[in-house]
Ligand binder design. Sequence first.
Ligand code: 7RM
Length: 632
Amino acid sequence: MSHKIQTLSGYIHEYQKSVLQPEEFWGRVAESFHWKKPWSKVLDWDFEGPDIKWFVNGKLNITENILDRHLFIMGDRPAIIWEPNEPGEEHITLTYKELYEKVCQFSNAMKAQGVGKGDRVIIYMPMVPEAAIAMLACARIGAVHSVVFAGFSASSLADRINDCDAKMVLTSDGNFRGTKKIGVKSVVDEALESCSSVEKVIVLKRTGQDVAMVSNRDLWWSDVIKGQSTECPAEEMDAEDMLFILYTSGSTGKPKGVVHTCGGYMIYTYYSFVNVFQYQTGDIYWCTADVGWITGHSYIVYGPLLAGATTLMFEGVPTYPHAGRFWEIVDKHKVNQFYTAPTAIRALEAYGLEPIEPYSLETLKVIGSVGEPINEEAWHWYHDHIGKGNCPLVDTWWQTETGGIMISALAGITPNKPAHASLPLPGIQPIIVDADGNELTGNNVQGNLCIKFPWPSIIRTTYGDHDRCKQTYFSTYKGLYFTGDGAKRDHDGYLRILGRVDDVINVSGHRMGTAEVENAINEHPKVIESAVVGFPHDVKGQGIYAFAICDMEGRTVENLSNEIIQTVSKIIGPIAKPDKVQIVPGLPKTRSGKIMRRILRKIAAGEMDQLGDTSTLLNPEVVEAIIEGSKK
Ligand code: 7RM
């Protein structure tokens, strides 16, 4: 089964076919998968609804395409290599056959605990093989998984559990990250105080730390799998049945549950994986993301395993026990494709070249970047010092909502251009529009990035609130999917992503809604009003800058700032902590009472000379005071 593009002219040819005859194009890719029943129509769509169906009436189970299909030819090949946090601990290799057995066994265990097709299961786990096993076991029995990044707070976890009415939570006692041992089960316990839908919690023993087990609710992983068969029939799923929900931040307060379905997601994650990374049988592929993010779903678990690849999972952090850990792992496991985030590159760059020197990195063939725009300087460092100047660097642009990589070079096939995601994958039809939605054709244009035709892994809905999906993505410009990103098509016709044009901040590749952070800050009893903006940050890409009007009675600026930071950490999680909190006497507002974030963004960036006209503000005098305060 190969749909791998081999040459530049092959790319051009495939791209044209995919645009002129999309149904024929995707039908042909889908034919090489195992379907329990064939589809009656490749695509039914309407962006108004939105109502998008791929492989209509087709029946399948994604795990049959990941596991059963690979058993005979490559049952003994490694599927997952797991590298633990401690370099001294043995790594684990699971062959396709072993993965098959573990997934089936855990599927049976979940069924025995009352989980069935359509039930929602929360996975709140560290980066251990069982996290992938849990995802696949859900998919095997038709349960809908929702992985929540194990760094989120109890209240963020509770919001997600309640939003999707989850019946079960899969978790671990704790999590090793660098020098730290972090409680995980304790966070679940706290979250469940405000959740009534959860019937069972299954706990994997990882750190061995003490946990409280609630009787009739909490069970050990090792106990529930005891005596369970290592064979489990794969549930028949409609192509449009839900595969998973993944919560992501947007420009309004509450994270939304992005829904992906079985058929289209399977086809597109496979297709994009083999083409972008030019994966060859036997290669060792490593993506450093966490399974709590979409990158972990599509390019640690589903895409690679659908392709029969060997995917490496790393439990730890880039700087433990030393800043060369990534490179040590590349050499140790002979990694061929390495996929990481610009923030990790910039953080490691700060340690200089010394940590790289002991390692040859000679097995690398392809290096990749994802999560935020990669600045030219970081691009060159990554390309020269990690790729040694001879690995194509794929700058992959995509989103939780797109399910898979949309704009990227195909490694070694289409041209590499620093800081440019470059060209759309076959089947992807991006356009740049002006503020009124007019398409800007030709080169040297800049505007908002939209997609004008569906692709198989496009978002189907936002869980429990279809109108929110419509409003967020399909209403800004009629007949188009709006990405929320700005983009430029340069003089050569390559696309460069310029970052968000909405109220979303991208901190180290993690999306944070400004409203979400403001809501958390406003929970502090001393805060009267707040406004949050992003500002340029050397390592994180963007940092979080919070302006807050507060009642200062009984507080110093310093202790109140710290309390605000702690409040955000408690409510959302440490990843949302503001880098800077400024207590202000007022916030700049329009006459209709809207906060002028544009002005706050300029102040946060230190661009005081570019504030523009502030005279039309309701309270222009406050701007001076904020500028003064920002210099402290
Ligand atoms: C995969 C992922 C999506 C947002 C997206 C962009 C930004 C991601 C790139 C990028 C420039 C890239 N999903 N983004 N990749 N910007 N170049 N290669 O990150 O849902 O968490 O974030 O991330 O703004 O809209 S995500």
